[in-house]
Design a protein around this ligand. Structure first.
Ligand SMILES: [Zn+2]
Length: 412
């Protein structure tokens, strides 16, 4: 039996996912900038945009409100004598304009023997080579990183300055914020490794740190759209619409959201076999994943999910959309591969243990993730940077990915 049944509202081709509409959604979402960081007005406007589009496609949409701080960041600088270095305010940092002696630390072990009360603490070298896992990150904790964050707080510096390069976990940003912890008590800023090395030459001298940044209480919403189905069990189609700070977020992930909206639009008015739940997640790129946490609070039992499909970072030209499988049984995998074979620009790709599909896969839900074949460029160069603009995504590739998902939903 066919899982979708078209009604009489119009010819079938009007329901085919369209590159033009996908490009329109990408532009619309990216115009809400400068970014869609949770807690911001633009993030709430984006939530309203996707909820509205899902309602127009016939979904029943619930919106779950969550508390999340709003972070506003201006500029930062570190001044040692006549040497002034521009820096970036650390995420969620308080603002400050203070002077203290410069204390430099290169390893976590050396934090123990340092007296930095009232000092400016420069973290560079090994200790600053990878982002410290934030306390309160819902999906995993790193006790060593927690110990480092607590040791820094206990040292009571007036400010922490980190000198960083690139970390694959933080996208294409360079420098990256070493500390991205909502609960971290010390004002912080970060700058590049070369500037850090130049600054370290001023160890022991008085250094001025000026950070224009503030964090205040705010909120966001997690929309969940549903299309009822006749059979038991649901299928979840997800794509996060939040971004990191300071990026338009086209490839990561307005493109994925556009695919989700086009799949909903393609199914509008049809009766699907299973309930389809459309989840534009609001927090994949946030250290507290507020939307994912709100979703699991609203729908804690995931045992009835037959398949979860996540689109994140898809649409980079130069290769097919890469589709990876997680915990999908032989029989379902066979059906997915049969559908994939009908689409020239969708191909099986390597698993990547990140993003929203892992929230489900780690709870035993069969999952499917769609991203770009050139994941290294999509994730490690473009994502999380100001260069992630609508022109980097191939709307035709995304339309084909949406058509693949529509075809797949008829088979599961
Ligand atoms: Zn993403």
């Amino acid at each position: 039996m066919s899982a979708t049944e078209t009604d009489t509202n119009g010819p079938a081709e009007e329901r085919t996912p369209s590159a033009t509409r996908i490009a329109g959604h990408v532009r619309a979402l990216c115009s809400l900038g400068p970014d869609r960081f949770p807690g911001s007005d633009a993030n709430r406007e984006a939530a309203a945009y996707v909820a509205g589009a899902l309602r127009r496609a016939g979904c029943v949409v619930d919106e779950h409100r969550f508390d999340v701080p709003q972070w506003r960041a201006g500029t930062a600088e570190v001044i040692a004598g006549d040497f002034a270095v521009p820096a970036l305010p650390g995420p969620f940092s308080a603002g400050i304009d203070a002077v203290g002696p410069l204390v430099c630390v290169e390893t976590a072990e050396k934090l123990a023997g340092v007296d930095s009360t009232g000092a400016v603490l420069l973290l560079h070298g090994e200790i600053a080579s990878a982002q410290l896992t934030p306390r309160g990150y819902p999906w995993y904790q790193n006790p060593e990183d927690t110990a480092v964050l607590e040791a820094i707080e206990a040292l009571e510096p007036v400010a922490v300055v980190s000198a960083t390069g690139k970390d694959a976990m933080t996208g294409g940003r360079s420098p990256f914020p070493l500390i991205e912890d909502v609960t971290f008590r010390i004002p912080s800023a970060y700058l590049g490794e070369a500037d850090g090395a130049a600054l370290a030459a001023h160890a022991g001298e008085p250094v001025r740190v000026r950070i224009d940044s503030e964090t205040r209480a705010s909120y966001g919403t997690q929309p969940i759209g549903r299309m009822p189905g006749a059979q038991a069990g649901r299928v979840v189609v997800a794509a996060h619409f939040d971004t990191t700070h300071g990026t338009p977020g086209a490839l990561d992930n307005a493109g994925g959201v556009a695919v989700l909206l086009e799949v909903a639009e393609a199914l509008a008015g049809s009766r699907t076999a299973r309930e389809i739940e459309f989840v534009p997640f609001n927090g994949e790129d946030h250290t507290t994943s507020p939307g994912e946490v709100a979703y699991l609070a609203a729908r804690p039992d995931v045992s009835d999910i037959a398949l979860m499909v996540n689109i994140d970072g898809a649409g980079l030209p130069g290769g097919p959309t890469a589709c990876s499988l997680y915990g999908v049984g032989e029989e379902m995998a066979g059906r997915i591969r049969d559908v994939m074979a009908r689409f020239g620009s969708v191909a099986e790709g390597a698993q990547w243990p990140a993003s929203d599909h892992m929230v489900f896969a780690l709870r035993g839900v069969p999952a499917l993730a769609l991203t770009s074949t050139d994941f290294a460029t999509a994730s490690g160069v473009i994502s999380h940077t100001p260069a992630d603009t609508p022109d980097v995504v191939d709307a035709e590739l995304l339309a084909e990915a949406a058509r693949f998902i529509v075809a797949l939903l008829a088979e599961v």
